[in-house]
Design a protein around this ligand. Structure first.
Ligand SMILES: NC(=O)c1ccc[n+]([C@@H]2O[C@H](COP(=O)([O-])OP(=O)(O)OC[C@H]3O[C@@H](n4cnc5c(N)ncnc54)[C@H](OP(=O)(O)O)[C@@H]3O)[C@@H](O)[C@H]2O)c1
Length: 330
């Protein structure tokens, strides 16, 4: 089997670590982890090196010749940097074209929607447009919403250690189906997709389950025996919250919490009110389903994930982030 050379941006991140592990476990990739120069001595970088993984320092805002030099001999670039840095993919795309990279996987791994529903998605679509203008080979991978970001708090507090964003607000009567995936499965899907000629110049959608909030609550209440404390939010309330948060963001875009609060309000509308995060919408938008591409893939089930939560085996993503409780009614 020939070795594919992969340049991975964001390897220490929450998505990146699963992609890295899947690429390493696969055994057919030669992986280079791009590390920001400022992060060269961070514990997360030292950990990569202690595993014998190749790291290269650099800066995506460096002159393009530096980036082209880093990408010599690279077949595939995979980006999974933090959402705040998405625009840094533009110079990397330009450099990838010059270096003869065959495939670029932009930083997506989210929910599908048209422009105008989610500011984050709009930036991703700008990046896609740049790829298309350059006619660089691409594979866009979206995965719905993480199981790890779809956990309500339970009254006993037994899930609190695993939750970075509790979801106790219920929208649209809790009935809207949503594609969900265990973040750990995202890595293997990405590794399969970049080895697959069928996914070149395609959008791929992967999901472990399609569940409504009511179905999630039934699973959790059934397994814990606890009655969830939930806040019912009407569509009008969700739209009113979005308006308030949009105004707050426009008045002070530099305030980080304004950006997070706006994103949460936009996700509530796109996921639950508009029902954008569904297999049907993904098919409408032209995605190829990973379920059809890889029928043998064994997805983790949400109920199994809850068993792991109960057993205290799920680690909180973004451990440095203090638990953030969005308030839907404002
Ligand atoms: N579907 C879902 O439910 C879900 C949930 C979460 C995230 N996501 C998506 O997954 C993707 C990755 O997000 P994430 O939360 O996994 O990322 P993250 O954990 O915040 O990853 C941060 C990584 O990006 C690196 N980075 C930050 N700025 C950079 C820059 N300017 N240049 C190069 N590297 C940079 C960081 O490096 P340092 O070590 O230098 O800081 C770190 O390795 C995003 O598209 C996000 O929207 C989806």
């Amino acid at each position: 089997m020939s070795t594919q050379s992969v340049f991975l941006v964001g390897a220490p991140g929450e998505t990146g670590k699963h992609i890295l592990n899947a690429l390493v476990d696969d055994g057919s990739f030669d992986v280079t982890c791009f590390i920001r120069t400022a992060s060269e001595n961070k514990p997360s970088t030292l950990q990569l090196r202690s595993r014998g993984l190749k790291t290269v320092p650099g800066d995506l805002s460096a002159p393009i010749e530096n980036l082209v030099a880093l990408l010599q001999g690279v077949d595939t670039v995979i980006c999974c940097m933090s959402p705040m840095a998405l625009k840094d993919q533009i110079p990397l795309i330009d450099a990838a074209v010059q270096a003869g990279v065959k495939r670029f996987v932009p930083c997506n791994f989210g929910t599908p929607s048209a422009r105008g529903a989610l500011a984050l998605r709009d930036v991703m679509e700008d990046i896609h447009d740049h790829l298309f203008r350059q006619r660089l080979g691409f594979t866009i991978v979206d995965i719905g919403f993480w199981y790890q970001a779809s956990i309500p708090q339970v009254p006993s507090g037994r899930f609190d250690e695993a939750i970075f964003m509790p979801v106790n607000d219920v929208y649209a009567g809790g009935e809207t189906p949503n594609m969900l995936l265990d973040a750990r499965d995202a890595g293997e899907i990405a590794a399969r997709a970049v080895k697959d000629q069928r996914t070149l110049n395609k959008r791929v959608i992967a999901y472990g389950e399609v569940l409504s909030q009511n179905e999630i609550h039934e699973i959790i209440e059934g397994k814990t025996g606890e009655k969830l404390e939930l806040n019912m939010i009407s569509d009008d309330e969700a739209r009113a919250t979005l308006k308030v948060r949009k105004e707050a963001f426009e008045a002070n875009p530099g305030e980080r919490s304004n950006r997070f609060l706006l994103a949460a309000a936009q996700y509530a509308i796109t996921k639950y009110v508009r029902a954008d995060n569904t297999p049907e919408n993904a098919a409408y938008l032209g995605y190829v389903s990973a379920r059809e591409l890889y029928p043998d893939f064994k997805y983790r089930r949400y109920a199994e994930f809850v068993d792991e939560l109960i057993a205290g085996k799920i680690k909180k993503p973004y451990p440095e982030v203090t638990v953030w409780r969005p308030k839907a009614k404002e």
